[in-house]
Each structure stands twice: as C-alpha cells, then as structure tokens.
Design a binder for this molecule. Structure first.
Ligand SMILES: CC(C)(COP(=O)(O)OP(=O)(O)OC[C@H]1O[C@@H](n2cnc3c(N)ncnc32)[C@H](O)[C@@H]1OP(=O)(O)O)[C@@H](O)C(=O)NCCC(=O)NCCS
Length: 205
C-alpha cells in the first residue's frame, strides 16, 4: 500500500496550516489570479472560482490520498483569512524526500508568512514524519522565493539550466511561456536549528 501523509493541522505563532475548505474557494481564486502567482507557478489561466473549488474538493485531497504529498491552506490565526498555500509534492517514500511549493496572497506578502509556514512544515516533516530531505525549486528570476529558501536555511545545491518554463507578460496584455534556469535548494534535518521547537501538529480524524 502506498504510504500517505496524515490529515494534519499545524500551528505557528501567527498561522494555522490546515486542509483547504470549500469556503476558501473565492480567496484561493483571487490569490492564484495575481500577477506573480501566474508568472511563477503553473496555475491555470484564468484561475476561476470553479477551478479553485475543483482543486479544493478533488485534486488537493487526491494529492494526499494518492501518496504524492499534501496540500495545506495557510490562514492567519487571528483573522482566519487565507494568506497562502503550501504544497508538498513528488514525495519519495524510499528516500524520505519531498518537494515544497508555496504561494502567499499579494496583500500578505513581505510579512514573513511564507518562511514561517514552510519552516513549520519542514519541522513537522523532519520531527514527526522522520523525513530526511526537503527540496525547493525556484526560477532563477524569482528573488522573493529565493529569499524564503535562504531564510529557512536551505542550501543552494545547483542550477538546472534551461529546465523550467515560467510566464511573462506580453505587450498585448497576455502571457507568454519563457524558458529559464532552475535553482535547486535542499533542506536537511541538520540544517534546521531547533527541531524540538516546532509548531503543534494536530492529526485530524
Ligand atoms: C514567494 C512568495 C511566496 C513569498 O511570500 P512572502 O510571504 O512575501 O515571503 P516572506 O515574507 O517570508 O519572505 C519574502 C522575502 O523576499 C523579499 N522580497 C520580496 N520581493 C522581493 C523582490 N522583488 N526582490 C528581492 N527580495 C524580495 C522580502 O523582502 C522578504 O525578505 P526579508 O524577510 O529578508 O525582508 C510570494 O512572493 C509569492 O506568492 N509569489 C508568487 C508565487 C511564487 O513565486 N511561489 C514560489 C514558487 S517557487
């Protein structure tokens, strides 16, 4: 039987990470329709509420149940507003290695939320799930995402030349696919300072 991650919620100082709920669909659609989200992710264009609903109800849960990873909504602890999402994917259960992707809503950027959420997931992965490696892949031009990787202690391991397709605005207001280099970052348990000080994890159901 394929191993799977448990259905969990994590809490940090300012954030709760939990499974997406149907009511998140409008905020998820708005977040994924933002310029930087379109530029640096493979999200569908346009990202409609219907798309968000399908992701929340069908495709995100299937990531966990199929053993590929887990998708978590990131919400502000105090306001319950959706500030982002963290997605573990391409999980290799033999090497205990997985890859993380993340998006933060435009209004919530620059507050350290991405770093706080990804670090909490990394601590849970290493401490509770006994994982040995977390990988992060950023486009060469995605400075904000590289800052996040650096802030949480990732080591830049190399460049995969011409390995990624990102999107760039065209003169007529559309989007064009462009090839770019990909930076691979790795985080190992020993790269995380205090694994004992992770946010609380709650297993659902
Ligand atoms: C990447 C992203 C998740 C960062 O979210 P965030 O919550 O703002 O991240 P943080 O606040 O934890 O850290 C962002 C860091 O990047 C810096 N930063 C932001 N934009 C920057 C830019 N254009 N140039 C340089 N640094 C930048 C911020 O100053 C901050 O660093 P600091 O804490 O040292 O000041 C967000 O920008 C986003 O959703 N982008 C679109 C989707 C995306 O790129 N996802 C990642 C794919 S690999």
């Amino acid at each position: 039987m394929t191993p799977t991650f448990p259905d969990i919620s994590l809490s940090t100082e300012r954030l709760t990470l939990r499974p997406f709920e149907e009511a998140d669909a409008p905020e998820l659609a708005a977040m994924m329709s933002d310029e930087l989200s379109v530029a640096w992710t493979t999200a569908p264009i346009p990202y409609t509420r219907r798309e968000a609903y399908d992701w929340i109800t069908r495709r995100a849960p299937a990531e966990r149940v199929g053993g590929r990873g887990i998708v978590l909504a990131v919400v502000e602890y105090l306001t319950h507003r959706l500030v982002g999402s963290v997605h573990l994917m391409n999980t290799d259960w033999r090497t205990l290695s997985t890859e993380v992707g993340y998006v933060v809503a435009p209004w919530a950027r620059g507050e350290g939320y991405a770093a706080e959420a990804v670090l909490a997931v990394a601590q849970w992965l290493f401490r509770d799930q006994k994982f040995e490696r977390l990988e992060l892949r950023t486009a060469a031009g995605n400075t904000a995402s590289q800052q996040v990787a650096q802030k949480i202690g990732c080591i830049s391991e190399g460049v995969l030349r011409n390995a990624l397709i990102v999107r760039s605005r065209t003169e007529d207001g559309g989007w064009a696919d462009i090839r770019t280099d990909l930076i691979v970052w790795g985080l190992l348990p020993e790269d995380v300072e205090d694994l004992g000080d992770a946010g609380d994890a709650t297993t659902e159901g």
